[in-house]
Each structure stands twice: as structure tokens, then as C-alpha cells.
Design a protein around this ligand. Structure first.
Ligand code: KG4
Ligand code: ZN
Length: 333
């Protein structure tokens, strides 16, 4: 019998609902992005984000069912991102999910946002274990070892800023508008590596640190401006991106070798980064590693990934009752 998960994701500034069949097949997804609104403020304004989720969530649910040509009766279970994320935004998706679960008497499946990003890869091709997941988003930079479905062993993570956060901050310094990451990536392909920046936390651990390179960019820009010059944004973007891509690739390949794993998946918004995709593809080919990266539209926040993760959570018997609460931060589990 087929399992249809209706998934809801509202952890940040995207209101998204998706219906996923058997963890791998996308039936319908709707993503309503608030990016244009938040761009006016240079970043996501939490209060505005939650209000917009309230306005849109019912519409997005209805639209998804219509697109799938399905009714709630056809749905097996409701999966929802309970955290981590913006608490007010999470609560809207959670309330909608609880309401549906209660009204239609369906199981409620709690999904960790990062498990969702990881399982976005399952929509490309069934995950093969053991694998290493490089999780890189606006809030996370982690290397995770998975020996089977839903088993997450953290090998290392960021000690300060997440890589996406560093991208967004560097974007501001070089006067790139919000959302910074994709635009810095684009500029990096137009410039040259002319600025001397440190390779961030080049040590033997699987940890990362991006606050040093971020400060180095700020200081360089400041010094140049004091001299009456300005930095060349394209060149700064190239120099910054090269160092970041280098350290992410270096530590990821090291983990794959040390753990004797030949499956790599990449997850999170920064997985959309073209420079990183190119470098990882090259290194994985050299080292005989099977690399999976989701299509760009599934790298950033969406409910399809929550539906994919939700299916495996459902099969493992994970359930929540109506007391489920949202969490701004929570360990991946
Ligand atoms: O996963 P995501 O959509 O939201 C979180 O869960 O955090 O990731 C958003 C982050 C932002 O910091 C954004 O600037 C970054 O991913 N990002 C990129 C690119 N596309 C999105 N960073 C670098 N290069 C990109 N192409
Ligand atoms: Zn995300």
C-alpha cells in the first residue's frame, strides 16, 4: 500500500506544503516565498514572517491538494517541521499540522529541519548507507555520519557562524543585497582571487569556524575604505568563496576517507553554491566517491524534503501528539 505524507515547512520565510509518495516521489509541492518582502529590510524580520505564514498557510495547503488532485482522505500522515527555526514561524506550520491531524484523524510526524535537508537527497535517489552528509545552511555547518535511515552521528560542526550566515554577512560588507549567498556565489564566478584571506580552521578536527574569515573581510574592506579606496566586490567574493569551498571540501573528503565511506550527500541552502558543487564533483570523481546533491530548488527550504524525511520517521514509528511544541533549536535526531 502506498504512503502519502502531507508535509508542512514554515521554519523561516517560506510557507511550503508538499505531498510525497513513499518517501521518494514528489506528487505536488507549493512554496510561497516571502523573500521580496524581507529584502526591503535586508534580512528576515521574524514578526513579519509569522504574520505572512498565518495569511498564507491555508491557501498553500489547499493549493497543494488541488495540484495533487487529492483529498485529505487520501493522505496517510501529516509531517511537520517542529524545529529548529524561527519560533513564531514554526508555530504557524505546527498549528496547521495539528489541526489537520486532529480533524482528519491522521498520525502527526515531527521532523527536524536538518533531517529534512538531508532527505532532500532521497528525492534525487534513494540514500545509500553508510554515508557522510555535509549539512550547510544559514544555521548549520555539520558533518554527519549515517549508518542507516534516521541515524545521525555528528562528526563535527561550526564553532561560531554557520557558513550561510558568513555568506550573508560578507554580502553586506561588499554591498550585495539580501539574499546574499546566491549573489556572492554569482560574483565569485566573475572575479579573481586577489585578496589574502585565511583558510578557516585548517586543523585535524571536523569542526568549522567562519567568524575569522568574516572578520578578515570586514577589516580588509574597512582598511581600504579608510585609504579612500574601495574593495572590488567580485574579487572579494572570489577570494572568500575559494577559501570556504576549500576548507569544506578538504574536511569532507578527509571524513569520507577516515570513515571508509564512499557515499557523500550535501544538504542545506549552501548546497546550491555553484563553486562548491564544482569542487566537490571534481574531488569525488578523483576519490571514487558517489556524490548526490539535490536540485537547486530542493537545496533551500521546502516541504518536499520534510515529506521525504517524514516518510522514514513514519515507518520507524515516530509519532507526536497534540502537545507537540516548536523548538528554536534542537539536536538533530
Ligand atoms: O537551508 P536554507 O534555505 O535555510 C536555513 O535552513 O538556514 O539556507 C539559507 C542559506 C542562506 O544563508 C543563503 O545565503 C545560503 O543558504 N545560500 C547560499 C547559496 N544559496 C543559498 N550560499 C552560498 N551560495 C549559494 N548559491
Ligand atoms: Zn533550511
Amino acid at each position: 500500500m502506498n504512503t502519502y505524507i502531507l508535509a508542512i515547512e514554515t521554519s523561516c520565510d517560506e510557507t511550503s506544503v508538499s505531498i510525497i509518495k513513499n518517501g521518494q516521489e514528489e506528487i505536488a509541492t507549493v512554496i510561497l516565498s516571502q523573500m521580496d518582502t524581507h529584502a526591503n529590510y535586508g534580512g528576515v524580520v521574524p514578526e513579519i514572517a509569522s504574520r505572512m505564514h498565518v495569511e498564507n498557510i491555508t491557501l498553500v495547503i489547499e493549493e497543494t491538494l488541488k495540484k495533487a488532485n487529492m483529498k485529505m482522505d487520501n493522505i496517510t500522515a501529516i509531517a511537520v517541521t517542529y524545529g529548529p527555526g524561527l519560533i513564531g514561524s514554526l508555530l504557524i506550520g505546527l498549528m496547521a499540522a495539528k489541526t489537520l491531524a486532529f480533524t482528519y484523524n491522521k498520525p502527526l510526524i515531527p521532523v527536524h529541519h536538518i533531517a529534512g535537508h538531508i532527505y532532500a537527497n532521497n528525492l534525487v535517489k534513494r540514500l545509500e548507507f553508510p554515508l557522510i552528509a555535509l549539512v550547510i545552511s544559514g544555521g548549520h555547518t555539520e558533518l554527519i555520519y549515517m549508518k542507516e535511515d534516521y541515524s545521525f552521528e555528528k562528526l563535527g560542526g561550526t564553532l561560531d557562524d554557520a557558513v550561510g550566515e558568513a555568506y550573508d554577512k560578507v554580502a553586506r560588507v561588499i554591498n550585495v543585497p539580501y539574499p546574499g549567498g546566491p549573489l556572492v556565489d554569482k560574483l565569485a564566478h566573475q572575479g579573481e582571487d586577489t585578496y589574502t584571506l585565511p583558510l578557516p580552521l585548517d586543523d585535524n578536527t571536523y569542526n568549522f569556524s567562519f567568524s575569522g574569515i568574516k572578520s578578515a573581510v570586514i577589516n580588509l574592506a574597512h582598511n581600504e575604505r579608510q585609504k579612500g579606496n574601495d574593495i572590488v566586490p567580485e574579487n572579494m567574493a572570489t577570494s572568500f568563496q575559494n577559501r570556504v569551498v576549500e576548507i569544506l571540501t578538504k574536511k569532507t573528503i578527509k571524513a569520507l576517507k577516515e570513515y571508509n565511506v564512499n557515499n557523500l550527500i550535501v544538504a542545506g541552502g549552501v548546497a546550491a553554491n555553484k563553486g562548491l558543487r564544482e569542487k566537490l564533483t571534481e574531488e569525488c570523481q578523483k576519490n571514487n566517491i558517489k556524490l548526490t546533491i539535490p536540485e537547486i530548488k530542493y537545496c533551500t527550504d521546502n516541504a518536499a524534503m520534510i515529506g521525504a524525511a517524514g516518510y522514514y520517521a513514519y515507518k520507524l514509528g515516530r509519532r507526536a501528539d497534540l502537545t507537540l511544541n516548536s523548538k528554536a533549536s534542537d539536536k538533530l535526531n
